[in-house]
Design a binder for this molecule. Sequence first.
Ligand code: PMV
Length: 319
Amino acid sequence: MNKVRAHTNIALIKYWGKADTLLRLPLMSSLSMTLDAFYTETSIEATDGPDQFYLNGSLQDDRTAKRVFKYLNLLKQNYGKIDNLLVKSDNHVPTAAGLASSSSAFAAMAAAFDSYYQLNLSKRDLSIWARQGSGSASRSIFGGFSIWQKGHDSASSYAYPIDENPQMDLHLLAIELNVKKKKLSSTQGMLQAKSSPFFQTWLDRNEQEISQMQDAISNNDFTKLGELAELNANEMHAINLSAQPGFTYFEPNTLKAINIVHELRSEGIECYYTLDAGPNLKILCQLRNVKFIKNRFESVFDNVNIIDASFGPGITYLD
Ligand code: PMV
């Protein structure tokens, strides 16, 4: 068996803009936190029949499996493999938590391929391969905090860990406001965002934001980390709003949730938000405030599901 587990990650400094769509090369570097609460387990083995992809125990039809097969063909071609493969993935991402599972999915798949064929790829090479499945997956090879450096070609665009065992008191509360599939794919959103008059500013600020975030992490400065993450998320969503045509992933409840964060802060409860290509807010806070913040969101939103996560590990080989 060649089962591999990879955890999802949340970008604190985000990737939002591609330099090369096919190779998934980014226009900026990004920095993320790998999460313990959400992961994908994937195993790969050869089969006599055609390529098959099972997700959460059910065989996927060709349309759904297309992206996976295309990805596996890329790997097979590169390493001269011709077997048909049976791929089984289980997503342990609590029912559509609004957290992209593609980061853990492609990190696990690249590592499972490596494991099945005993290629002994370095983590850097695994990150390069994971990136070609989904950009954010490049960072899920590592635990704790990692940076995906943008690089200038495929060989130089990979993630590396900056602290795989952070001691920082940092929790992420995923607030499930809407669990439906996102309206606009991240690929489409990134393409459209380029038409914003502020897009260049977004790019120009990237290096500074990465280095400020690294300082916040090395100084164990939760306040700075939260402020920078919130600012970066707001910048990303501002370029979406100011694109031509403009668009947004925000929904009425997103704004309502943002207001709760503002309210909590004015009451002295320190917390910050970040959000990705969807309407669900993720709250950054410290352990002592987790319960209070959860209670506040639960009192405003009926039956809202809130998942508490902290630092997760990098890829793990299960057997
Ligand atoms: O790699 P993708 O296609 O899932 O894009 C990720 C985009 C964001 O989640 C919004 C930001 C990021 O860096 O993860």
